[in-house]
Design a protein. Sequence first.
Length: 597
Amino acid sequence: MQNSNCKIKLLLICLIILSAQISFAASGRRKHFLSHGPSVAAFGAGETVFAAYKDPAVIQYNPSLMAFFSENSISLSRFNLYEGSANNSGSAAFGLGKNYFFGISASNLSSGDIELRDDVYSSVTKASANTWDFILSGAGFFKPLGIAYGVNIKYLYYDLYVNTGGTYMADAGLAKFMLGPEMFGSNLKIKLGLSAQNFAAGEIKVDKDADEIPGIYRLSTAFILPTYYRFKTQDTLSVFADLKYEDDFMDFYGGLSYTLADKYVARLGYYTEHFTFGFGVDFYSFTIDYAADFSEVDMINRFGLSYRWGLRKNDELAKEAKAALDKEKISLQEAEKRFNGARKLYNKGEYLRATDMLSDIVVSYPNFESPLHFYTKIINDMNKTANSNDELDFDKLTYARAYCAYYKTDYKEALSEWNKFNYFTGGTDEVAEYMNRINDAIKQEQMNKREKELDGKASALLAAGVKDFNSSRWVECIKAMEKLQKFVSENNFSKTIEYYSKAKDYIDKSVIELSKSIKSERKEKAKEPQSEAPKEEKQEIDEEGADKKYNEGLILYAQGRYLEAERIWELTLRLNPKHQKAKTALSKLRNSGYLAE
């Protein structure tokens, strides 16, 4: 009996030391096995929750963040500690519909092999002490308030080789994502989270005394600032801060991360008397994470691997949609090359060439923000410089004034400013090109006449479309606005972007109104007696427009935007009621369950 008690005491001492090692706590602070979560990404940014919101291990911190996942995911992690001890963890999250997720997680803190002896002369017995944490998690989204919620049911289990014990616990969390003010040409993103870990817990008794599980309450924040623009993405700088209340102490956790091209992440963090760092790399559907902590004894290394996969079924419609999306990607690659070229011109200060190149990209790909960001920035900067009374750099001033005059079609003023620019600088190839573009094209009066004519025709087309919209003729409005878009694209002039954007806005609004009217017609038709067959109305068929809308629906379907795909395919049948592919696609989509709330 005495030998058994000796073994128990040794194992308890080992477990206490091991728990202290994994917590890296400051002297005099009581920390528990559950004090630090298993996410490598979070630890690299100072154990801040939002640094790991895409990692299923985040349910160990705040289960509500699962509601923001767009894919199924699984993650594994390992923390190498001291003398063979380690913390291993696995987590997974699975979608249960549009806004609901189910998660599981398990963590193990192991002492490694410990040698036990009854006395110095006895044989060695190898044993290990283990602490296990098992979680079942659920999360959802409350749409009226835009708040995600989540709950955990946990089971904590001690295996001390001789004695064991366990107890159940519960966690809960809330989270909300918001758009903040505009910064650096884009919106700041704000994330807020509140979680209560172990707020309901029992006691673990493996010896004479019971171990009370401390509650952990955490307030988490994140600010995501856009920085460097690419064609479809932009780099972001994220600032994280957490307040954690545990065992009558309030701790602060802080972190920074820089995300490069949505693929590479570098992280730095701080929590009580500790500095951490880490990095992550995305490739295909995998993410590799590494984090390190500079502890008092040694550097602790942490490793993590995550895998994500989609929720879509493999049917014929999905294959056709994927083919349409692949075709779109090919054209996007060419557009991205042109965008990179425009940015190089921008960095060289060749704003005229950059503006024209960006204008073409914006017209062809109006849904991407990056080209429009640079286009708008050039226009604003040039106008600011041209109208400044404090600009002392005469080269910049004349260039900006000529630039503004050129795009206002005041070619006489543009030539005058460019001549001043050439006189003081010796000229550039870019300015020479644009001066020749004016002189060699047509006379100045003809250019002004052309601008007025194009503006007048575009204005008439716009007015016709607006009239159709105000008269609730949605299909006619869409046709008129598409005609306007085609006209301004084929006849590029100073107001091309302006008219093109207005036309796009009216198309989007007409599609929404058309969708409402279709649903209303269905309800009215269902109420009407079926005794008399409805009279067929003659409708103008637009086969080309219908095919174009059908293809847009395929791309939306491939991107998982099912409600928008349904709306576009309904519009396709309005343009051509005999479009068989659109009928088939709508039928498959509505029977798939993707549209269920």
